[in-house]
Design a protein around this ligand. Structure first.
Ligand code: XMP
Length: 511
């Protein structure tokens, strides 16, 4: 792998993603990892990330010079660039001149790293210290008004670095600079492709599972579907999938899992039909937390029973979990035990059922999971589906949940999804909850008559990780088409409103 050494920047994960976008496999490691341990991972190259501190601050993380003795290509970014300069005998100074944000940068010479770049371009900077002298053997490639050495390389030793952040989109030609390092200085090949990922995972899963039986809980989401398809590709009928239909699904969702997914993959699927049970438990409840608790509790009940039924028939040893790489990095990047995800998705497991986890997506980012899904031939709608909360439409009906209300909401939601897909803007929208204000009525006029119906709220948002979000600026004509169709086609709905609240202060979901 290409190791991205994390000096405490919020950028380390992003760097790893960019390296993978260049089709080279990359992992994040903490800067506290000893060089010997890094060496044991047989890195193809090492990238030193940015970090929040001054290299001269007491206790600031340094680069162990032993790292350069490995003979592995090294690329320094921002703090990593400065730490590299210091470790190799260059000079870093605090001049009092900081650079933050977009900074005009000029070439001294192109070298290999900046080949094909224009004479001047704009880079994203965020630093107080700067490199005044490149270490011996290095060629200085670029400067800014404040920074005499903004990029350098020593192609003989396969070392290079930049003061700016090539991984952020605000840095012009950033991806190209990273690629030049990877391909032309480090000599790596772009062979981290979905086909290779599938091939490697399949081999690893076969190795881990042997001839044992495996269980996977499908949530209807992208991750569990891709994880299941991958495991199935590896071990075929040794895999059984379980899917709980709680009746709070969107239109077509159950059919998609039950029919399309099975038709394409041939997976053994057990569907637990639990609509009645959930609706009964939810009857008359409108307080959001109460609803969530009930849905969570019933889910566990149904899931446990399903697992027991399956386990009674088969001796199951492994459970597939759709853990993604960002979860792994955020929880410390360690090899430690993985948590069972939110009980709304997978279910807390009964104590007497102990499984070993298989996490085939553990090294992948979301976009890679989607690419793998496409590679495995899963339907486009499944691979590109929006995140959907475990409690489903139950928390998108403001008021008590009934079958009639669910049907209304399902229709409205399907219209919004259809029109969004038809507009080609699907990939610009992170998620598009459609909410029924079942406890609110307003007066309207339709066909010369007075109506007294419910409003539907459209809540399209953009986001990178659902931690923060902004409301999507969808084109007015798209909103108009959705609004007109919903009021025409969904009985009892006479008004459509758009939620224009960011997160914070609003959450994405209404409950
Ligand atoms: P909020 O509404 O908190 O949602 O901004 C953030 C993201 O989480 C999803 N969400 C859930 N996902 N179980 C889930 O699996 C849940 O109980 C749950 N509640 C919210 C929400 O759709 C959004 O993507």
């Amino acid at each position: 792998p290409v190791l991205v050494v994390d000096f405490g920047a919020q950028y380390a994960q992003l760097i790893a993603r960019r390296v993978r976008e260049a089709k080279v496999y990359s992992e994040v490691v903490p800067h506290t990892m000893p060089v010997s341990e890094m060496a044991a991972k047989q890195p193809a190259a090492i990238i030193l990330s940015g970090g929040p501190q001054s290299v001269y601050a007491p206790g600031a993380p340094q680069v162990d010079p032993a790292l350069f003795a490995l003979g592995v290509p090294v690329f320094g970014i921002c703090y990593g660039f400065q730490a590299m300069a210091v470790a190799l005998g260059g000079r870093v100074a605090r001049t009092g001149q900081s650079e933050y944000g977009r900074t005009p940068t000029s070439l001294d010479q192109r070298g290999v790293l900046l080949e094909n770049l224009p004479e001047s371009f704009s880079c994203w900077m965020s630093h107080g210290d700067l490199v005044t002298d490149a270490p011996q053997g290095f060629t200085t490639l670029a400067h800014t008004a404040a920074t005499p050495v903004a990029a350098f390389e020593d192609t003989g030793r396969r070392l290079a670095g930049v003061q700016w952040h090539p991984e952020v989109l605000h840095s012009e030609h950033g991806q190209q600079v990273l690629a030049q390092f990877l391909y032309d200085i480090a000599g790596l090949a772009p062979d981290w492709t979905p086909a290779n990922i599938v091939e490697e995972s399949v081999a690893a899963i076969r190795e881990q599972v042997g001839d044992k039986q495996v269980l996977c809980a499908l949530s209807g989401g992208v991750d569990s579907a891709v994880a299941a398809a991958l495991v199935h590709r590896a071990i075929g009928d040794q895999l059984t999938c379980a899917f709980v239909d709680h009746g709070l699904l969107r239109k077509g969702e159950r059919e998609q899992v039950k029919d399309d997914f099975v038709a394409i993959t041939g997976i053994k699927l057990v569907v637990a039909d639990a609509e009645e049970q959930f609706l009964t438990a939810l009857a008359g409840v409108s307080e959001p937390e109460a609803k969530r608790k009930i849905i969570g509790r019933e889910f566990i009940r149904v899931f446990e029973q399903t697992v027991r039924d399956i386990a009674d028939d088969a001796d199951i040893e492994f459970l597939v979990q759709g853990t993604l790489y960002p979860d792994v990095v955020e929880s410390g990047g360690g090899e430690g035990a993985a948590n069972i995800k939110s009980h709304h998705n997978v279910g807390g497991l009964p104590d007497d059922l102990q499984f070993t986890l298989i996490e085939p997506l553990r090294s992948l980012f979301k976009d890679e999971v989607r690419a793998v899904g496409e590679e495995l031939g899963l339907p486009h709608e499944m691979v590109w589906r929006q995140p959907f909360p475990g409690p489903g439409l139950g928390i998108r009906i403001i008021g008590a949940v009934t079958r009639e209300r669910l049907d209304l909401l399902r229709e409205a939601d399907a219209i919004a999804r259809e029109e969004l897909a038809a507009s080609g803007l699907e990939k610009d929208v992170w998620q598009f909850p459609v909410v029924l204000l079942a406890d609110v009525r307003s007066v309207g006029v339709q066909g010369d008559g007075r109506t007294y119906g419910h409003p539907i709220v459209l809540r399209p948002v953009t986001s990178e990780d659902a931690m923060t979000a902004d409301w999507s600026r969808l084109p007015y004509d798209l909103i108009e088409r959705i609004s007109t169709r919903i009021t025409n086609e969904v009985p009892e709905v006479n008004r459509v409103v758009v939620d224009v609240t960011s997160k914070p202060p609003g959450t994405i979901e209404w409950e």
